[in-house]
Design a protein around this ligand. Structure first.
Ligand code: ADP
Ligand code: MG
Length: 240
């Protein structure tokens, strides 16, 4: 479903991704972790082309997304992205946040889009908030709306960049629960997160990034109990 081949990225003379190779199969959940500044966000953002790459190839569902001819709107409909800071449209209601892209990009009928939005809100436990505005919601609620918004496009892949790290501790669980349910529903997911309980429970494998390279890739039980790379050992010690 996702294939990265020898991906390099430079920001001017900063070599941020240094030869990344990765395969994610349909239905797999991959957790990406690593030190701050190691290139995790850049890596995940290249997959729906929020960042371009300097070298290499990225394929999603059989399409070369790094081909300049790729339709980015179509790509982003297939690849949902959930940001650390939610990025909801502040001037739109919860319902309108969710229906905007299905109506504009997918040309969905308004009534059908709204019906689907309410179903998705129900799935994330927020049907009663459909007429609220983002500022009237807690961080955890806003992030659950952001996930529903991503799902409204019926994506084949969902990408998450530290979805719980801007949340107060008591709200982390409700967002992780939505992500867990999504993983169990069979969604292909790539999640940058340091929530190791989540990784242990739902990840098919963990990818550890350091200095723009994947230096370790292992099943969670192996990664947590017996990390191989010195930098990964140090990283896990700091988390505890
Ligand atoms: P992480 O998500 O692992 O913390 P990032 O992918 O955000 O790491 O950043 C990797 C490196 O690239 C850092 O040194 C960061 O400062 C740099 N970087 C990220 N975005 C940009 C940008 N738009 N322009 C220049 N440098 C950037
Ligand atoms: Mg980051």
């Amino acid at each position: 479903m996702i294939r990265l081949t020898n991906v390099h990225k430079w920001f001017k003379d900063l070599h941020v991704l240094n030869g990344v190779n990765l395969n994610v199969h349909q239905g797999e959940v991959v957790v990406v972790c690593g030190p701050s500044g190691s290139g995790k966000s850049t890596l995940i953002r290249t997959i729906n082309q929020l960042e371009t790459i300097s070298e290499g190839e990225i394929w999603v569902d059989g399409k070369n997304v790094t081909d300049p001819k790729t339709d980015l709107n179509a790509l982003r409909a297939e690849v949902g992205f959930v940001f650390q800071h939610f990025n909801l449209y502040p001037h739109l209601s919860v319902l309108d946040n969710i229906t905007l892209s299905p109506i504009r990009v997918k040309k969905m009928d308004k009534a059908a889009a709204e019906q689907r939005a309410v179903e998705l809100l129900d799935r994330v436990g927020l049907a009663h908030k459909k007429d609220a505005f983002p500022a009237q919601l807690s961080g955890g609620q806003q992030q659950r709306v952001a996930i529903a918004r991503g799902l409204a496009m019926q994506p084949k892949v969902m990408l998450f960049d530290e979805p719980t790290s801007a949340l107060d501790p008591e709200m982390i669980g409700e967002v992780l629960q939505v992500m867990r349910d999504l993983a169990k529903s069979g969604m292909t997911m790539m999640c940058v997160t340091h929530e190791m309980g989540f990784a242990r429970e739902v990840a098919d494998y963990v990818v550890f990034v350091d200095h723009g390279q994947i230096v370790e890739q292992a099943k969670p039980e192996e990664f947590f109990s017996n990390p191989q790379h010195e930098r990964a050992k140090q990283f896990l010690r700091q988390l505890r």
